[in-house]
Design a protein around this ligand. Structure first.
Ligand code: GAR
Length: 200
């Protein structure tokens, strides 16, 4: 069985989209892939209850319990490793990871970022796109590398920026596309990864 560990910090809607697609498409039986655990750095993340409601195991590694990024990342890695994942999925995980963590999971750590990368790395992407007068905004699934929001692009979806848009409206429009492309990107990660990674 090929395990996925999903890391969240908040509402977890992308995590749920992946888990629901996995259930609907019977990834476990047909592809030998399962979401093994959902881990949050925020103990009160609403996504934790959502994950439990979907029948997924959850765990919390609270970043405030650790004195440094290095010690937090080491603890997080130890909890992730309990599931021996083939893929670690960042789904609204709002922590910057240390180079050591990223190197450990090189090639099997992916993220979704709410902009058309390489435009608008970092935070407040929707407001920045509106302020710049962009006609198109969107979202990107990418490999995670040591440089924030810079890894190889695996999937993208564009959405229009409409007259009168607010960051919240644009975020909601973008999120509906994220829920389509992130599960697809996870599926194709396994379809295209090394021998032994999946039946197709
Ligand atoms: C998503 O829009 C995701 O692209 C963004 O946070 C949201 C999480 O929503 N991620 C980032 O901004 C990462 N820098 P969710 O918790 O409902 O999946």
């Amino acid at each position: 069985m090929k395990n996925i560990v999903i890391l969240i910090s908040g509402s977890g809607s992308n995590m749920a989209a992946i888990a629901r697609t996995a259930q609907k498409e019977q990834w476990k039986d047909k592809l030998g892939i399962r979401v093994a655990a959902v881990i949050s750095n925020q103990p009160d993340a609403p996504g934790l209850a959502l994950a439990r409601g979907l029948g997924l195991g959850t765990d919390v590694v609270h970043h405030r319990d650790f004195p440094s990024r290095d010690t937090f990342d080491a603890a997080l890695m130890a909890r992730i490793e309990l599931h021996a994942p083939q893929l670690v999925v960042l789904a609204g995980f709002m922590r910057i990871l240390t180079p050591g963590f990223v190197a450990h999971y090189a090639g099997r750590l992916i993220n979704i970022h709410p902009s058309l990368l390489p435009a608008f790395t970092g935070l407040h992407t929707h407001q920045r796109a509106i302020d710049m007068g962009c006609r198109l905004a969107g979202t990107t699934v990418h490999q995670v590398t040591a440089e924030l929001d810079h890894g190889h692009i695996l999937a993208q979806a564009a959405v229009p920026v409409l007259p009168g848009d607010t960051a919240a409206l644009l975020a909601a429009r973008t999120l509906t596309q994220e829920h389509l492309i992130y599960p697809q990107a996870v599926r194709s990660f396994f379809a295209h990864s090394a021998p032994g990674a999946g039946p197709n």
